[in-house]
Design a protein around this ligand. Structure first.
Ligand code: ADP
Ligand code: MG
Length: 227
């Protein structure tokens, strides 16, 4: 089942709102965080826990803003030739902490010859959100990433044997603030869908509750190797 993207008009409106709110809220948060960190050093006992909790909550707010700013800047700034295997291994490195925390066996299978033309930073962001979700859904399980050339496309599939989703849950993917996690922002997939749409690619999900989930990201292969 494929997720429908929000209409372009709604997306643009949400994008403008997201950008201005995120920008406005970012600096006061930074000030509060700075002072709390300062005070934390000299505080003892129960008050320390209050400040720790406040700092942890501020971190969460920062995540939300970070995801929002990504959403608000959907234009592709820098197109370049991206080596797919290299990019996937790089994403894995940035996620080593999450992989260890969820005790997941993460495998990558990708030929070195696979190239695509994209904004490396943006596509890494989008794939990062999809891969992170797969890891978080599969405690003690496996996540398998495979990239292959299919005609003039590069298809990257991410399969996990984690908790899976019902058809109803599947339809909610990419909706702002939809999250089933205690510490989730519910913005990761909104950003991922938005970026992939801007690149002219596709993101499709199939899932079965209790069995696992597979997502397939399909992007144009770099023209230089299209034959
Ligand atoms: P967050 O990760 O902050 O919750 P996302 O937008 O990244 O927000 O994901 C939204 C929701 O979609 C998750 O909370 C989860 O319920 C569901 N989801 C996404 N990917 C998977 C997956 N691979 N397996 C199971 N559920 C998933
Ligand atoms: Mg997520």
């Amino acid at each position: 089942m494929q997720r429908q993207l929000l209409s372009a008009e709604k997306m643009n409106l949400a994008s403008h709102l997201a950008s201005s709110v995120a920008q406005e809220v970012r600096s006061p948060l930074a000030v509060v965080k700075g002072y709390l960190q300062l005070v934390f050093e000299s505080v003892e006992g129960k008050n320390r826990i209050y400040i720790e909790t406040s700092l942890a909550e501020l971190k969460r707010a920062e995540y939300v803003i970070h995801d929002f700013l990504n959403f608000a800047k959907p234009q592709l700034e820098k197109m370049e030739i991206v080596q797919v295997a290299d990019m996937l291994h790089h994403i894995r490195q940035t996620m080593s902490e999450t992989v260890a925390m969820h005790n997941v066996d993460l495998q990558i299978e990708a030929e070195e010859t696979l190239l695509l033309e994209a904004d490396r930073y943006k596509i890494m962001k989008a794939l990062g959100h999809v891969i992170k979700n797969a890891i978080e859904a599969s405690n003690g399980g496996q996540v398998f990433i495979n990239a292959q050339r299919v005609l003039d496309k590069i298809q990257i599939s991410i399969s996990d044997n984690g908790e899976g989703m019902t058809p109803e849950e599947l339809t909610r993917l990419g909706t702002p603030f939809y999250s089933t996690k205690t510490n989730g922002t519910g913005l990761g997939l909104m950003v991922a869908f938005r970026i992939i749409q801007a690149i002219g690619g596709q993101l499709e999900y199939t899932s079965e509750k209790g069995k696992g989930t597979t997502s397939v990201v399909s992007l144009d292969a770099a023209p230089s190797v299209a034959s």
